[in-house]
Design a protein around this ligand. Sequence first.
Ligand code: LLP
Length: 415
Amino acid sequence: MDYFNYRNDELFAEDVPVEQIVKQYGTPCYVYSRATLERHWRAFDSAFGAHPHLICYAVKANSNIALLNLLARLGSGFDIVSLGELERVIAASGAPDKIVFSGVGKREDEIIAALKIGIRCFNIEVGGELDRINRLAGQLGVIAPVSFRVNPDVDANTHPYISTGLKENKFGIAFEQALSEYQRAARMPNIKIIGIDCHIGSQLTETRPFLDALERILALVADLKAAGIVLHHLDLGGGLGIRYKDEQPPEPADYIRAVLDRLGEADFEILLEPGRAIVGNAGILVTRVEYLKATDHKNFAIVDAAMNDLVRPSLYSAWQNIIPVRMQNQAAEQTWDIVGPVCETGDFLGKGRTLRLNANDLLAVRSSGAYGFSMSSNYNSRPRAAEVLVDGGDTHLIRARESIEQLWAGERLLP
Ligand code: LLP
């Protein structure tokens, strides 16, 4: 459920007409709903009841500091994968002791910064990282809290580019090596083992693969216990899908109930790292139709947003719903490819969409809150879009549209 609905044929974000937002901030423009964001976070948090848990929002899904700050106010933790994300969370007043640090290639400077700030846990993905963290923690005179991201080798049944828990993927420690890596860690002076984690992929639409992964993890946890290594938390990663079209992913509560049922009396703290399921349907991308171009083969609606603003359709052939901002319309219903101005054939937001369109109309690409702005670029020297957050009847500009000068701000002419 979200808060982007029509009232009298006009699309609203919460209590604000989208047209009004566009008048103020222009297009292309990302519009987020605070109520939707918070509702989705709470759906995860409240499903745990009294069971110890921490929801660590995956910052990569949408890293705007205003959104991070709203989640921090709710008590959220954060899953980060870079120094940039770490500093964003701190800038947004996120609590350091609720940050987990994932990622396959953590640099020395990133590890040092995280050790100094005092994060909750490093999710180690490769043996060399363990040695590096132990050495750097020793130099700083601190003890590093760690967990290993184990690759459980289960098929997440999702797009190959966003499936991460198979043997052939680059992520995590191979299941077979996990026990010996834990034993190695247990002997290190500057390491404290606190957990185990996995993340098997993104946009999962069934509970089964999560439970298969949990089964593998629990088997390993038992082996570790037998070897004298006792864990405090299990981190099951992110990955719960959302409805873009006709998918029917489980509700967070259903997924979490299944996990708690399987755990029974076991009192591990459970960490989750959801990104998309919290922010995906909390955002839309609003764009204006610049031109309509009818050819013998196809009708193109050329809009002012492009693959640099929202790359998911181009990159994954992802389908996101495209709806008019104002419904009543005299134009005939036709089938359109909604394309951007970028010089690539792959630059489209949607293909074969049946819509009534005029030049100058406004369109909203739904479900754009996750992996929308955060994957945007300046390709074709296009300034990145504005981001606006709606809160009831109020709108807040949470990122100004980039200026043309900003495009080359870091560039230098030769002397
Ligand atoms: N934890 C880790 C370690 C991850 O790698 C990811 C996502 C998450 C959590 C959050 O997963 P989520 O709950 O959002 O599914 N750009 C792609 C998605 C890439 C996901 C990468 N990792 C897309 O637009 O579909």
